[in-house]
Design a protein around this ligand. Structure first.
Ligand code: SF4
Ligand code: SF4
Ligand code: SF4
Length: 165
């Protein structure tokens, strides 16, 4: 009887230790996944514009960590794709190699009032200008993300087709 009780107690202790070990392992895995998501999120523009098809940068970072394509963030453009490729070691991923914008922003000069609001929202510094002066888009840097369009109070930014030289 005493031996049976001792064996039962031992079994309980072993089961408890196994359960603790499993919990520690799961916690470590979650921590590692969280670190990857944090690193991916840190490379995204944080515009929260949802153009990637996810409701914000963090959800897209979570999806990328789970294998989603790297080239869905238009505000980030090719530079962000390259950084994500380097971070995740996915340089050979075909879908993420090229991201040539078909459209870029253009400022209608005669209407621009030089308020500089477009510069504040552009995540890739593709707009040149100073307060109270005419502003212009540097087409080679523009990713066509459209974030500047609603920011302009006089509706003088349009998207136009552009072919890199
Ligand atoms: S498109 Fe880019 S900037 Fe916009 S929410 Fe998605 S990850 Fe963030
Ligand atoms: S200029 Fe406008 S469309 Fe182009 S990257 Fe900047 S915010 Fe986006
Ligand atoms: S937001 Fe519009 S008006 Fe203001 S500087 Fe930019 S293009 Fe010009």
């Amino acid at each position: 009887m005493t031996a049976a009780l001792a064996l039962g107690g031992l079994g309980l202790v072993v089961a408890l230790l196994l359960s603790i070990a499993r919990a520690v392992l799961a916690s470590k895995e979650r921590g590692s996944e969280g670190a990857v998501v944090d690193a991916v999120d840190a490379l995204l523009p944080q515009s929260q514009c949802a153009q990637c098809g996810y409701p914000g940068c963090r959800p897209y970072a979570q999806a990328v960590s789970a294998g989603e394509r790297l080239d869905l963030c238009r505000p980030g453009g090719p530079n962000t794709v390259a950084k994500l490729q380097a971070l995740l070691g996915r340089e050979r991923e075909p879908a993420a190699v090229a991201q040539t914008p078909e459209l870029v922003a253009r400022i209608i000069e005669r209407q621009c009032v030089g308020c500089a609001r477009c510069i504040e929202v552009c995540p890739v510094d593709a707009i040149a200008g100073a307060p109270n002066y005419l502003h212009a888009v540097l087409a080679e840097h523009c990713t066509g993300c459209e974030l500047c369009v609603p920011a302009c109070p006089v509706d003088c930014i349009e998207l136009v087709a552009w072919t890199p030289k």
